[in-house]
Design a protein around this ligand. Structure first.
Ligand code: NAD
Ligand code: IPM
Ligand code: MN
Length: 352
């Protein structure tokens, strides 16, 4: 029995998770594996029900599972709550409590979607990028606050990393690169930030154990530019929490839509799987959301948490087939599209 904790969250979260469950149910049917789902609340939904964006009930459900599947959190209703109690803080606490420090965000090009990319076809031809984002440290978890200094309201957020935190994520990136093109680009701001200098120092040391991997360094401002100028340059992008967050949304556009990019967040024991996008309040409840990023996150769950690579590929193949056959969601073609539920049905039909 494989136990999966399911956290639907806010906005489009419930819709896209329902689609993912349909796909997982079909996988159970064709591969005779048993999934046991347990449901918990997170984000705004948890604030409304428990007064806490990551209640202990949810933590217990997640910790007794083998993997966690999450939709998205956040929305206008909770935007004016103090930062410690916001829906997004619930997500950060979830990641921390599960110990998932390695956030893998793959960005690939579907041949059938090359016209959806804002980049010309010749620029995106060989794009296949894996962003390896540190997920449990940096500015997300550093000291922050608002004080009054010299009569002025002053706010600060601290970026802080120690050697161990950098080393473990660096190893992850090098290991992942061995399964790919053996190239790691450390993206940082070492021309300004001390934390980035430490990243370079530690990553160089880790690289000594991976002679077959080519390591290079790029400042984040240049990396943001190169992602649109020459995205095929990259194989693994290794970076900190905040740069990884920003660059992954940018990278999603190369593939055509943020609704396509899945993620896996991994640690020693646990895996958390979620699309890279947010709760998309502007399209919530309208059957317009693209569920494919969440469905592809299930494929990552099968691959990384359950060693079911064959079944992961079945899901990935089904998604690719649906796109190749010309089915589109609203984000990919606003004139001729299928709804969230309808495109899921097409994916499910192709899982055999
Ligand atoms: P967003 O990713 O929710 O939406 C950005 C744009 O992309 C919107 O126009 C939205 O409609 C579109 N979009 C996103 N996912 C889509 C999908 N699956 N299909 C079609 N279109 C999609 O980012 P935002 O608007 O900056 O944030 C909205 C809320 O989500 C905020 O409260 C934010 O904090 C939260 N958020 C949560 C997560 C998460 O839970 N992991 C990630 C990012 C943002
Ligand atoms: C993401 C989101 C989150 C992040 C927010 C909602 C805390 O943007 O998963 O990309 O910044 O990590
Ligand atoms: Mn983000």
């Amino acid at each position: 029995m494989k136990k999966i904790a399911i956290l639907k969250g806010d906005g489009i979260g419930p819709e896209i998770i329902d689609c993912a469950i349909e796909v997982m149910d079909k996988i159970q049917e064709v591969s005779k594996v048993d999934f046991e789902y347990s449901y918990g609340k997170i984000g705004g939904d948890a604030i409304d029900n428990f007064g806490d964006p990551y209640p202990k009930e949810t933590e217990a459900i997640c910790k007794s599972a083998n993997a966690v599947l999450l939709g998205a959190v956040g929305g206008e209703k909770w935007d004016n709550i103090e930062s410690e109690k916001r829906p997004e803080k619930g997500l950060l606490r979830l990641r921390k409590s599960l110990g998932v420090f390695a956030n893998l965000r793959p960005c690939k090009i579907y041949d059938s979607l090359k016209d959806n990319s804002p980049l010309k076809p010749e620029y995106i031809k060989d794009v296949d990028i894996l962003i390896v984002r540190e997920l449990m440290g940096g500015i997300y978890f550093g000291n922050r606050g608002t004080v009054v200094e010299k009569g002025l309201k002053t706010a600060f957020d601290e970026e802080r990393y120690n050697e161990e935190e950098i080393e473990r994520i660096a190893r992850y990136a090098f290991e992942m690169s061995l399964l790919r093109k053996q190239k790691v680009t450390l993206v940082d701001k070492a021309n300004v930030m001390d934390s980035s200098k430490l990243w370079r120092e530690v990553v160089k040391k880790v690289a000594e154990g991976y002679k077959e991997v080519a390591l290079d360094f790029m400042y984040v401002d240049n990396a943001a530019m190169q992602l649109v100028r020459n995205p095929a340059y990259f194989d693994c992008i290794l970076t900190n929490n905040i740069f990884g967050d920003i660059l992954s949304d940018e990278a999603s556009q190369i593939s055509g839509s943020i609704g396509l990019l899945p993620s896996a967040s991994l640690g020693e024991k646990m895996g958390l799987y979620e699309p890279i996008h947010g709760s998309a309040p502007d399209i919530a409840g309208k059957n317009l959301a693209n569920p494919l990023a969440t469905i592809l996150s299930c494929a990552l769950m099968l691959r990384y948490s359950f060693k079911m690579d064959y079944e992961a590929k079945i899901i990935e193949r089904a998604v690719e087939d649906v796109l190749e056959e010309g089915f589109r969601t609203f984000d990919l073609d606003s004139k001729n599209y299928l709804g969230t539920r309808e495109i899921t049905r097409e994916v499910v039909k192709r899982i055999k």
